[in-house]
Design a protein around this ligand. Structure first.
Ligand SMILES: N[C@@H](CCC(=O)N[C@@H](CS)C(=O)NCC(=O)O)C(=O)O
Length: 265
């Protein structure tokens, strides 16, 4: 078996989901950050992922993109340490939790990063309003996650599993942006961070986050265009940030998915 390889970027919850699963399964892998994320296209990344996003996993001749699809692949290809629950109903529940985190939850964290690290909303005087919207949405998502957890120790019930690794990076991202979890969710977050795989990935993510201190000027200099994909766009509009979005489009530091990338050389 050739060694697995993962394209990664710092502070990506999607990348971190995959890394936690790889460590939990005891799979060795190399990882690298592609050139040209955020502007331009890295031919090496696009060869593995025509969407030009991390994570992308390379396993010998097989290249896979999208964290959820990668997790399914790992579970099927490397079943020795299973991370899925035994029952179809529990598996479905874990997938629903993952879906909510990948879409609605990620969009809020995205907004928080925009405000905290990319200076978005200042020129329009909208920072307080957008923060308030983000706080309210975090409270809603954390409330829902707390319900999902119930009295159980893990999102997967009695044992750690896919749902736990699918939630942890997002709660970490929110905490990094100044909104820590509370109550049962906070106790779960403490527990989950005691797992060596989660702790290792979190430490690497936080170390990678240092780059954020130097990126605030990247939007102005044209070095970075932020990808307003899917729910991120919805979040900004719903939070009242239409003027922020329009300013970003005018300044050309906001971008949408470019389908030409699918066939980029
Ligand atoms: N649905 C994808 C989303 C992956 C994604 O959005 N990755 C971001 C990093 S968090 C990325 O690589 N963006 C590329 C860019 O901004 O150019 C997944 O689950 O893997």
């Amino acid at each position: 078996m050739s060694k697995l390889f993962l394209w990664q970027v710092p502070m990506s919850p999607y990348v971190d989901k995959v890394k936690i699963a790889l460590h939990e399964k005891g799979l060795e892998f190399d990882a690298a950050v592609p050139d040209g994320i955020g502007v331009g296209v890295s031919p090496a990344l696009v060869a593995a992922n025509p969407r030009s996003e991390a994570p992308a996993l390379i396993d010998g001749e097989t290249a896979i993109f999208d964290s959820s699809i990668i997790l399914e692949y790992l579970e099927e290809q490397y079943p020795d340490v299973p991370l899925r629950a035994a029952s179809p109903a529990e598996r479905a529940r874990a997938r629903m939790i993952e879906e909510v985190c990948d879409t609605h939850y990620e969009a809020i964290n995205w907004g928080l990063f925009e405000l905290n690290y990319f200076g978005r909303g200042k020129a329009e005087g909208m920072v307080d309003q957008l923060f308030a919207a983000a706080r309210a949405d975090v409270a809603a998502i954390h409330g829902w996650l707390t319900q999902q957890l119930g009295d159980a120790e893990w999102f997967g019930g009695a044992s750690f599993g896919m749902a736990d690794l699918a939630v942890a990076p997002f709660v970490g991202g929110t905490e990094f942006n100044g909104i820590p979890p509370e109550g049962a969710l906070a106790r779960w977050f403490e527990r989950v961070n005691q797992r060596p795989a989660v702790a290792k990935v979190r430490a690497e993510s936080l170390a990678g986050a240092e780059i954020l201190q130097s990126v605030s000027g990247a939007l102005d200099s044209g070095l970075l265009k932020r990808h307003y994909r899917d729910h991120r766009l919805e979040w900004m509009v719903r939070a009242g940030g239409m003027p922020v979005l329009l300013a970003g489009l005018a300044a050309d530091n906001v971008r949408f998915t470019d389908l030409a990338v699918l066939t980029a050389p």
